[in-house]
Structure formats: structure tokens, C-alpha cells
Design a protein around this ligand. Structure first.
Ligand code: MF3
Ligand code: CO
Length: 262
């Protein structure tokens, strides 16, 4: 069952998502050569605390492991779930994916972006542009009466038409009082899911294309978290949390002061 949020749940989602977006935008401003990914993660921790929120990443449990950082910072060939490290010093030409997931008042906001450091190669710049555009095309599909599969198909067709590949090992997801709710939102058409769920009003969806410059295959490093491309090519990730309404999709992860006054 896909959770449908009521008025109260939607109001809270608006706040948690506004905080997640504000933290992400502040973090983005700190990305420059010479900074370590540890510094960025510490900044994420501080920004989240300043908003009276909690990192939904820190302590997140998968099998017997707990995620040890406050945000996910994934450089170049790292796809997602990179752990900030003092050893990882950012350099001109890197691309850095920042993924911020916070909980506030019992509700979760989830968003991500990929930032280029200075000048990157034209092909990598294209990878970022296409992945971000794929996100916005996907969001446009989040219309009442369409299906989750319309999102999947749109992302895959667009990305592959530009010669890049869509990650298959991780998917977008519903988000609400838990980080991962139904439905799963693959960025590719999955033959095993023949009839996907219909989109209805009041769903909150984390739509998040992860796109590789080379092959879609990934592997997980020995730290148990960091997912990298199997062929070592760069990867990009853009994500918004979106509310479905009768008037169309509404992006919730937009920076705004919280609590809302009106
Ligand atoms: N946005 C990621 C997701 O939806 C965040 C993962 S948090 C971590 O799965 F704890 F797994 F790192
Ligand atoms: Co997510």
C-alpha cells in the first residue's frame, strides 16, 4: 500500500523538505577545491542541528551495519552513499554528489544534487545536465492517473538517448514518516514489475535518477556503503521530494524558512 498523506502529514512534509533543501543549498556553497568530504559532512551535521532537525542518514541501518555519517557525499565514480573522509580532498575537475535526508517532527525530506568543481570535461558536464534534466522530466510525469512506470520509462528513454546509462541497483522511493516507503521508483523499465502503481493525490515521492557515464553496473566498496560504478566512470545523482496533487506535481524540496508563517 502506498501511504497517502493527509493535510497534517503534507504540512509536516513541507517543513521537513524545506529544511532538507536549505541544508543542501548551504552545503553546496561549501564545495570547492581543498575542502575534504569530512569537512562537508561536519557542515551538514551542523546545518541540520541548527534547524532543530536530525540526520536520517546517521545510524541508518542496513542489514547489520549503521551508516556512520550525517550526509552522503559521493565523488566522481562514487554513485551514492559515500562517507565523508579526511583523506578525500576535493580538486578542480571533480564532481560531487551531495545527498541530504533529514527528519523533522517525524517526517522526512530527501534531496540530492551533483556539483562540478570548476571546469569539468565537456562529457562530464553533459552527464550532469542530462541527469538533472531527467529529474525534471520525471517530475513532470508525476501526474494523477499516470503510473510509476511512466516515470521510469521517461528517465530511461531520455538518458539512454544521450548515450548514458541508468543505475539499476538503487531506485527512488516513497518518503514520509520513514525514509523508504512504497512505492519503489526505478529509473528504468523493470520487466519484473509489469503493472506499476497508479499515481494518486497525496503521495510524497523521492524521485532520484542516478546516471552513469559508462555502464550501469555498480559495486559496493569494502566499507559496506559506498556504491561505485563497476567500470570506474563518473556518475551523477539529482533528487527531489515531490507531492502529487490534482493540480500536478509540487516539488517540496525547495529552500524556505521553517516553520512557515502562513
Ligand atoms: N537518499 C538516499 C536513499 O534514499 C539516502 C540514503 S541514507 C544512508 O536511500 F543512510 F543510507 F546513507
Ligand atoms: Co532518496
Amino acid at each position: 500500500m502506498i501511504p497517502i498523506k493527509n493535510k497534517e502529514g503534507i504540512a509536516r512534509m513541507r517543513e521537513s523538505c524545506a529544511i532538507a533543501a536549505t541544508v543542501l543549498s548551504k552545503l553546496k556553497e561549501l564545495v570547492r577545491p581543498g575542502v575534504t568530504t569530512y569537512d562537508l559532512d561536519q557542515a551538514a551535521r551542523d546545518f541540520i542541528a541548527q534547524h532543530g532537525a536530525r540526520s536520517a542518514c546517521y545510524g541508518y541501518q542496513l542489514a547489520s551495519r549503521r551508516y556512520p555519517a550525517y550526509s552522503c557525499i559521493s565523488v566522481n565514480e562514487e554513485v551514492v552513499h559515500g562517507i565523508g573522509s579526511l583523506k578525500r580532498i576535493l580538486r578542480e575537475g571533480d564532481i560531487v554528489s551531495l545527498d541530504v535526508v533529514i527528519e523533522y517532527n517525524g517526517y522526512i525530506g530527501d534531496n540530492a544534487t551533483t556539483v562540478p568543481l570548476g571546469t569539468v570535461s565537456p562529457l562530464v558536464a553533459e552527464l550532469l545536465r542530462i541527469t538533472e534534466e531527467a529529474l525534471y522530466l520525471a517530475i513532470k510525469q508525476a501526474q494523477i492517473g499516470k503510473r510509476i512506470g511512466d516515470i521510469s520509462h521517461t528517465v530511461q528513454a531520455f538518458v539512454e538517448s544521450h548515450g548514458f546509462s541508468v543505475v539499476r541497483d538503487m531506485v527512488g522511493h516513497g518518503v514520509g514518516s520513514s525514509m523508504h516507503e512504497e512505492p519503489q521508483i526505478p529509473n528504468f523499465v523493470d520487466r519484473k514489475r509489469s503493472r506499476t502503481d497508479e499515481i494518486r493525490p497525496g503521495m510524497t515521492l523521492a524521485i532520484e535518477p542516478m546516471v552513469n557515464l559508462g555502464h550501469y553496473r555498480t559495486k559496493t566498496l569494502s566499507d559496506g556503503w559506498t556504491v561505485v560504478t563497476a567500470d570506474g566512470t563518473p556518475s551523477a545523482h539529482f533528487e527531489h521530494t515531490v507531492l502529487t496533487t490534482d493540480k500536478g506535481p509540487e516539488i517540496l524540496t525547495i529552500p524556505r524558512p521553517v516553520p512557515f508563517s502562513a
